[in-house]
Ligand binder design. Structure first.
Ligand code: FAD
Length: 320
């Protein structure tokens, strides 16, 4: 019996969300009285670093089949390793990739799947875990009756537990059996920014900004804070900002340490994607804007005055 963590990569580099999954897997393994292993596909980074997060050994799968993400091939490789080490619990991050892998994997290895996990298990026998539900508006405790379980962690919900140590790495070859081929036609990359699901700080703006020409001050505030930028749905629908920045029920779900919402009313569909933020700051000219009810800090004021003043104050503070 063991725990297996699926560690994601981006262009060969280990992703930050995976350190969180690795830390979770290691803590779970310790409570089960077993070891945590990891599987990584197509990594150029040295996976022995995962030892710092409690991973005993990482199986590094290389080869032409795994150069690009292919959900069926990846699932086959993960299932293969899970079987080899008799994994009873599999842990992965609820990223885009994780969301594509987890259900297929659950079917392949006949496991229970619990998504949106937000805390360490309450119990390990039977496995009982807390997950967020109803678009982050509530929590549910799941008690699994399955022998094998897959836990998908809500990104940024738990953080990493880092110590010293180096894990082993074993390179393995796996030849997938699937004959489903996926052709990648185009890769549209967002350059120079932390992807929204992994961002610690997010500066977001809505229709209150009136025009796409006014986004300079949002970019400047984000730069001063080292933040990623996001927007409400109408803003991306009107092509003021790219769809990759749309957060909410029908967009990306984020869980940053700090979310600054500027000129966004706080509709329930928007809140569904951002209410997992640890601290919410709302800047809105309307004191009755619903977003203030969900805010930790609120500024009632004109964004065109408040945002430049805030950026200036942050720059001065950082320069000190
Ligand atoms: C099925 C469905 C799914 C949806 N999914 C999403 C989703 O995923 N994400 C999402 O965001 N929305 C979603 N929506 C839309 C959602 O209901 C709201 O319409 C939307 O979030 C409103 O966007 P907004 O806050 O930018 O604009 P508005 O509601 O127009 O709000 C603009 C805000 O700016 C403020 N403002 C105006 N001028 C200033 C100023 N000078 N300074 C400061 N503040 C100012 C106003 O007071 C107002 O509160 C969805 C809707 C449906 C029906």
């Amino acid at each position: 019996m063991s725990v297996l963590v699926y560690v994601e990569t981006w262009e060969g580099k280990l992703k930050k969300a995976s350190y969180e999954a690795a830390s979770y897997g290691a803590r779970l393994a310790s409570r089960l009285g077993t070891d945590a292993y990891a599987i990584v596909l197509n990594a150029s980074d040295d996976a022995s670093v995962l030892g710092k997060y409690g991973i005993k050994k990482t199986f590094s799968v290389k080869g032409e089949h795994f150069q690009h993400f292919h959900n069926y091939k990846y699932v086959e490789a993960i299932a293969h390793v899970a079987e080899q080490i008799q994994a009873k619990a599999l842990v992965l991050s609820g990223t885009f990739t994780g969301k594509m892998v987890a259900p297929l994997l659950a079917v392949k290895i006949n496991a229970a799947l619990i998504t949106n996990v937000v805390s360490d298990p309450q119990e390990v026998t039977p496995l009982t875990v807390k997950r967020s539900a109803f678009s982050n508006k509530g929590f549910v405790y799941y008690e699994s009756q399955s022998e094998v379980n897959i836990l998908s962690i809500l990104p940024n919900a738990l953080g990493v537990s880092e110590s010293t140590g180096q894990g082993e790495v074993e390179e393995i070859v796996h030849t997938p059996e699937t004959n489903i081929e996926i052709q990648i036609v185009e890769i549209d990359k967002v350059k120079g920014k932390v992807p929204l699901p992994e961002a610690e700080i997010v500066v977001s703006a809505g229709r209150g900004l009136k025009s796409p020409d006014n986004w300079g001050m949002i970019e400047e505030l984000a730069e001063a804070l080292g933040a990623s930028t996001a927007c409400s749905k109408p803003v991306s629908d009107m092509h003021w900002r790219p769809h990759s920045e749309h957060v909410g029920q029908t967009g990306i779900t984020i869980n940053p340490q700090l979310y600054i919402a500027i000129g966004i009313s706080g509709a329930i569909q928007h809140l569904a994607g951002v209410s997992g933020s640890k601290t919410i700051v709302v800047i809105n000219s309307d004191p009755e804007a619903p977003f203030f009810k969900a805010a930790d800090y609120g500024v009632v004021g004109d964004a065109f005055k408040v945002v430049p003043a805030l950026t200036e104050a942050i720059r001065k503070f950082k320069a000190q």
